[in-house]
Design a protein around this ligand. Structure first.
Ligand SMILES: [Zn+2]
Ligand SMILES: [Zn+2]
Length: 483
């Protein structure tokens, strides 16, 4: 819970930090952690892997959880309840006034605890005034939540009725351990029923254990210290009164502290009231946010020049999301800057092959256009890739390069069966785009001699495929194909 003053993101000077790693002193913004604020997940630091703390744009100064909790408790309402309770302790809980008033005062105390947990959970940083507590909405909320205390009160009353001190202490210890969980469960789920759902309670205990365990241990310790003082008949009534006063204030502070814990883990607990409405759109699909977060983490590592770690991360990420464009693009850049040109060329070769196979011809072409110049105008070695690249380039208007690639395809490549088609395409480009009908005709003649069947098939396909008026000389070939 220790944060610096709000600072800009380390990698985006214009964006405020939203996440902070205490170990690495690393502030990150929402684009460094895409979707993170919408997810019920711990957000990991890209550098060290431990959970980052969330910085809240709405609270300017960072207050430590304990100080905030004490501040909540020591307000006028808290002091008033503590005073009334200590008066009861002074006259004795078994006196007539004690018997009559213990339950109502207990109910008011619980209502105040509920209000403090809720207010701290929603990020309020001040103790409530009487006016705020008596607002109709706040009253209605507290009364609606009050039944969460029923099982606890029942346990205490049964133990008290038994007359056994040991049993009462055991009951009080039970309440000390369970009431904090009930309180957090009911407030975060906005229903008192959540306070007795064992599954929900276990989950709350697991998520908030760092805050819950000290509270429960402190409450149990208080029971053990206070029990003998309250029970044994002492000469002066001052001691039980003082103990009760302190216990009530501590219970109130603990309630506010539990609210702070709820707020801290609000995404894990899906505690919607603690989260600004804008933070709660529909949760994105894991197939969307997981690769995005991995890509952002890799970007952070690369900016920190931690190339080896970035490479490991990208390797792992790509085995899970082999077709994610961002991850692939980062890996390309990483290989480009760290590997030898020969390695990079074979990496590109494989990438382009995969892209063409998966139907992403535009992406494959963009990849080649991006990296080919720095590799001495490298072209793919595999004829099939080269052929498809040429067709894409022709579509994109780079007819010269397309022609060069097509005409360079070797008829001796046993694995490539489209040499005739490639050369016919080259002839078409010569005629239509490069305005050289003479060479185009020569080239067609060569193809017709070498691959008569394929040339005919190509001609007929071309005739069917082209909607514009076909040149007259293609007609006979088409007739032959049909006949
Ligand atoms: Zn950033
Ligand atoms: Zn870190």
């Amino acid at each position: 819970m220790k944060h610096p003053k709000p600072s800009p993101c380390r990698f985006h000077a214009e964006a405020p930090a939203r996440w902070y790693c205490d170990d690495c002193r690393l502030p990150l913004c929402t684009s460094c952690k895409p979707f993170a604020e919408q997810l019920p997940l711990e957000v990991d630091c890209p550098l060290c892997g431990s959970a980052m703390s969330e910085l809240h744009p709405d609270s300017e100064e960072r207050v430590s959880g304990l100080r905030l909790a004490l501040g909540h408790a020591i307000g006028l309402p808290g002091l008033a309840v503590a005073a009334v309770a200590s008066l009861l302790a002074a006259v004795g809980f078994t006196s007539i006034a004690g018997l009559l008033l213990t339950l109502p005062v207990g109910a008011v105390l619980l209502a105040l605890m509920i209000a403090l947990t809720q207010r701290a959970g929603e990020g309020t940083s001040k103790a409530p005034s009487f006016g705020e507590l008596l607002e109709i909405e706040q009253l209605e909320y507290c009364v609606r939540m009050l039944p969460l205390g029923l099982p606890h009160a029942a346990v205490l009353l049964l133990a008290a009725a038994s007359g056994s001190v040991a049993l009462l202490v055991v009951a009080a210890l039970l309440v000390a351990a369970l009431l904090p969980l009930s309180l957090m469960a009911a407030v975060s789920q906005e229903t008192p029923r959540a306070g007795i759902d064992p599954q929900g309670l276990r989950r709350i205990a697991r998520v908030t254990r760092q805050q819950y365990l000290p509270v429960a241990a402190g409450a149990a310790g208080l029971v053990i210290i206070a029990a003998p003082i309250l029970h044994l008949p002492v000469a002066a009534p001052l001691l039980p009164a003082a103990v009760t006063f302190a216990s009530v204030l501590l219970a109130l502070a603990a309630s506010a502290y539990l609210g702070v814990a709820l707020r801290l883990h609000r995404r894990m607990l899906e505690y919607s009231a603690g989260v600004a409405p804008i933070d709660r759109p529909r949760q994105p699909d894991p197939a969307v946010y997981e690769p995005a977060m991995l890509a952002a983490d890799a970007a952070s590592l690369l900016r920190e020049k931690r190339t080896h770690e970035a490479r490991l991360l990208l390797g792992r990420a790509l085995t899970r999301f082999p077709d994610d464009p961002r991850l692939n693009e980062q890996f390309d850049r990483l290989v480009c800057t760290t590997a030898r040109p020969r390695e990079f060329r074979s990496h590109l070769e494989r990438r382009m092959q995969r892209l063409f196979k998966s139907g992403s011809a535009t992406a494959a072409t963009a990849l080649w256009q991006r990296y080919s110049p720095q590799l001495d105008n490298w072209v793919p070695r595999v004829s099939e890739t080269r052929y498809r690249l040429a067709l894409e380039l022709d579509e994109a208007g780079d007819h010269q390069t397309a022609f060069r690639l097509l005409i360079g395809l070797s008829p001796d490549d046993g694995r490539f069966r489209h040499t005739a088609e490639a050369w016919m395409e080259a002839a078409r480009i010569l005629e239509e785009s490069l305005r050289d009908p003479r060479r185009a005709a020569e080239l067609r003649k060569v193809v017709r001699q070498r691959y008569p069947d394929k040339a005919v098939a190509w001609d007929s396909r071309w005739m069917q495929g082209s909607s514009h008026a076909a040149p007259a000389r293609r007609a006979p070939a088409a007739k032959v194909a049909r006949g």
